[in-house]
Design a protein around this ligand. Sequence first.
Ligand SMILES: Cc1cc2nc3c(=O)[nH]c(=O)nc-3n(C[C@H](O)[C@H](O)[C@H](O)COP(=O)(O)OP(=O)(O)OC[C@H]3O[C@@H](n4cnc5c(N)ncnc54)[C@H](O)[C@@H]3O)c2cc1C
Length: 437
Amino acid sequence: MFTNVSTLRRMSINSRPNFYDVLISGGGMIGSSMALALGKSPLFTDRKIALVEAGPKKVRKNDSEQYSNRVSAINPSSKRLFHELGVWKRFRRYQTVKDMRVWGSYTADTINYAQGSDSDDDIAYIIENDEIVDAVMEELNGCSNVDVFYKSNLNKVDMGPKSVNVQINSEQSCECKLLIGADGANSQVRKIMDTNYLSYGYDQTAIVATLNIMEKQNNTAWQRFLPTGPIALLPLNSTTCSLVWSTSHDEAKVLLSLTPHGFVDAINNAFNSKPVEDGTVTFLKNLLPSFSSHPKFLNECPQVIREIESSRAAFPLGFGHATNYVKPNVALIGDSAHRVHPLAGQGVNLGFRDVENLTKSLSQGLQSGRELSEYAILKQYEQLSQRANLPIMIAIDLIYRVYTSNIGLVRALGSLGIHLTETVAPIKMTMRQVASS
Ligand SMILES: Cc1cc2nc3c(=O)[nH]c(=O)nc-3n(C[C@H](O)[C@H](O)[C@H](O)COP(=O)(O)OP(=O)(O)OC[C@H]3O[C@@H](n4cnc5c(N)ncnc54)[C@H](O)[C@@H]3O)c2cc1C
């Protein structure tokens, strides 16, 4: 049998050996949540599900351990999913974001999401990626219809007309009705599916790190659009923040080579430096009197960074979208289907929406007596998810292009966008809803 089976299949499930109704490749945040959503569904009680993860089983951190430098801003929709799946109660540490401040390089105008909003709703929750996977896997232990295989890779995949045959770790074959690819941006399942994949690099690297800050109430997320890309601070607790600094590959190399002290100075400077003089922005300001009549200055500086707590890590950034999320007997979810710039903190949230949509489509199919792998059911999932994902992906790409543009007028429009968002209440409300839905 495969290596490291973490859960014993319930003996009452009487079926063919090495057969699974659903096999999920990739046990990251999205694949593990998909396994849990199906594992907990009453419609899947007598179905067999396999979760195949290339990496090893991780030991859960204890509360006092240093924060990981990989965190995600989780939006309230994803929180609802975690509640439904019984995962939310298992999170041992996270920080609620109540406000978000966004500003650029060319003016001090700032979008202040909490100000002027009569909504008490949380904007997001900052949670370590490992904490999410650990909590999901802990809950998954209670699902006896799910087998989890660690240190396991799909080696060979044969798509048949009614099922898929897979070989795992070159030693074991099994058959499944539905293969779900949750194996990330370089998805092997997507390659096997042979679907068109629109992708391009952003010529940017994101540097992440955990930072120690001067102690204070810390439930605001800060993001500044620098000419080379956005820098963001996400709150973790009263003395800790997570950094995501997206910049050119060259500047990233320099930042990675700085001493810890030099790196901290660079971050403080990136957040606190004065607006850059720009002829086109000034021209536009003078053209539109209202643009400068109520200047919004940053009434409070972001956290003062004291030191780096973790190592720095770097990730090349890109955009990717599979034209088809499904083919007969196969479906893609999460980053295997779509990849976005982290500037809006939406990537994994889109993936959680895929989990909801695929679970819904498969459940409706089973309820109407249809086969799990039926193409029409999978197509329904694809439509639901693409309709939800594409507008958000396009908006994120556009924001990236506006704020890193070399064209003065485009840069000026970006500054105008921040000003309008702050001053025109309906735009701000819409932006807040998008950020938190
Ligand atoms: C710097 C940065 C910051 C980000 N911040 C945010 C944020 O604040 N909010 C947000 O919503 N999103 C954010 N994202 C995006 C988010 O990290 C991704 O969308 C998310 O990790 C995708 O999860 P996934 O499970 O689909 O894929 P992955 O996290 O890539 O997981 C894929 C899993 O599949 C496994 N695997 C791969 N190949 C195989 C194989 N052949 N067989 C078996 N297993 C395999 C891997 O080991 C891994 O466990 C950020 C991304 C970056 C780079």
